[in-house]
Design a protein around this ligand. Structure first.
Ligand code: ATP
Ligand code: MG
Length: 343
């Protein structure tokens, strides 16, 4: 549905040049909830804006519905844009208009009669659960309600794609959950393909089926959610995942012993393996659990455990060999790094 091929975007100002996108290649299929994660300045918004033609790449191809939108004239681009809705972190509602008029706004240019518009807006209000707020003004609404209005407005023209630029970043965790649940419902019930950018792994984890990780204009890693979560390749992905893991080194090696800090990764059936008790029983090592979490991603159980493994070098080696035979494990050499900037 969306194919981005070797896209580069160079911003030139009088003072400097910024390579906002560098050889970005991605494919987003119909029905995906595709998450793009990266720190500030990674190029996420620029990439999203290339998908609806608000930004034209310096080079490369952006195919949406099989048309290269970098080559379209403004008139054709406008018609493609009608099939792409967009929502933002700060909602971008018109404060002087009621909720009803905000949602009806994109329909005004379509020469529809009043009754059709009325019915459409009410159906959208029902979808986002705001039927009682039709005559309210944005300033009278909470952040979550404003985002619901923005979602209804973005869906007014029946788009096939919804682009979300940090749509939950200004919301508290509970409101974030409800907006994410609404986006998931829109994807499942209306079949709308969603591209969502964020700097929070938590958001991706809740609803995305695919994920791309960006840093300094480049896509470093892309894949199915479960793949990237259970076998991250780039350091930045590991950092993002580790942000949710709060652990400290609890024990330190005594004379003649070593201490290894391990990140054990359980997926699916392996979550049922009684590994820790086997280690204590059969390998003469002590294991201190310093962090543990198990959750369901796309219906699959995924567990993360950080343990301190302590014993003689031989015992620790044998224990590690045993662990490696059963589950994915990573030795944490130093604390995961959790902040980076582009040079
Ligand atoms: N119109 C512009 N002119 C000049 N530079 C720009 C322009 N838009 C973006 N940039 C630069 O391009 C880079 C990528 O910006 P972009 O807004 O895409 O990042 P982002 O990943 O969305 O960041 P954030 O998480 O802060 O929103 C940044 O260095 C930014 O300063
Ligand atoms: Mg941005």
């Amino acid at each position: 549905m969306i194919q981005i091929q070797n896209v580069n975007k160079l911003f030139s100002t009088s003072k400097q040049q910024v390579q906002a996108l560098s050889e970005v290649t991605l494919t987003i299929d119909k029905g995906d909830i595709f998450g793009i994660i990266g720190y500030s300045g990674a190029g996420k918004s620029t990439l999203l804006r290339c998908i609806n033609g608000l930004e034209i790449p310096t080079s490369g191809v952006v195919k949406v519905f099989d048309q290269d939108i970098t080559q379209l004239k403004e008139r054709h681009l406008r018609s493609v844009r009608k099939q792409i809705g967009m929502i933002f972190q700060h909602f971008n509602l018109m404060h002087s208009k009621t909720v009803f008029d905000n949602i009806a706004y994109p329909l005004k240019s379509q020469k529809l009669n009043k009754e059709v518009i009325n019915n459409r807006v009410h159906a959208l209000l029902q979808l986002v659960d705001l039927e009682d707020k039709a005559q309210s003004y944005p300033l009278q609404l909470s952040g979550g309600q404003k985002q619901r209005v923005a979602i209804a407005r973005a869906l007014a023209t029946n788009p096939e794609i919804l682009l979300c630029d940090e749509a939950t970043s200004a919301l508290d965790p509970q409101t974030t959950q409800s907006i994410l649940a609404l986006l998931k419902r829109i994807n499942q019930e209306l079949g709308i393909t969603i591209v969502l950018i964020t700097h929070q792994m938590e958001v991706i984890k809740q609803i995305c089926n695919k994920i791309a990780v960006m840093e300094c204009g480049k896509v470093l890693e892309v894949g199915q959610l479960i793949e990237v979560f259970t076998a991250p390749k780039s350091q930045i992905t590991k950092d993002f995942l580790a942000k949710d893991m709060h652990y400290e080194r609890l024990s330190f090696a005594k004379d003649g012993e070593v201490n290894l800090m391990l990140h054990l990764k359980y997926v699916g059936d392996t979550t049922a393996t009684p590994l820790i008790s086997i280690l204590s029983r059969d390998f003469n090592v002590t294991t201190n659990i310093t962090y543990g979490n198990i959750e369901k991603l796309q219906g699959i159980l995924v567990g993360n455990l950080v343990v301190d493994l302590q014993g003689t070098p031989n015992d620790v080696d044998s224990a590690l060999t045993y662990i490696k035979q059963h589950i994915e494990v990573e030795v944490i050499e130093d604390e995961y790094i959790t902040n980076r900037t582009c040079s």
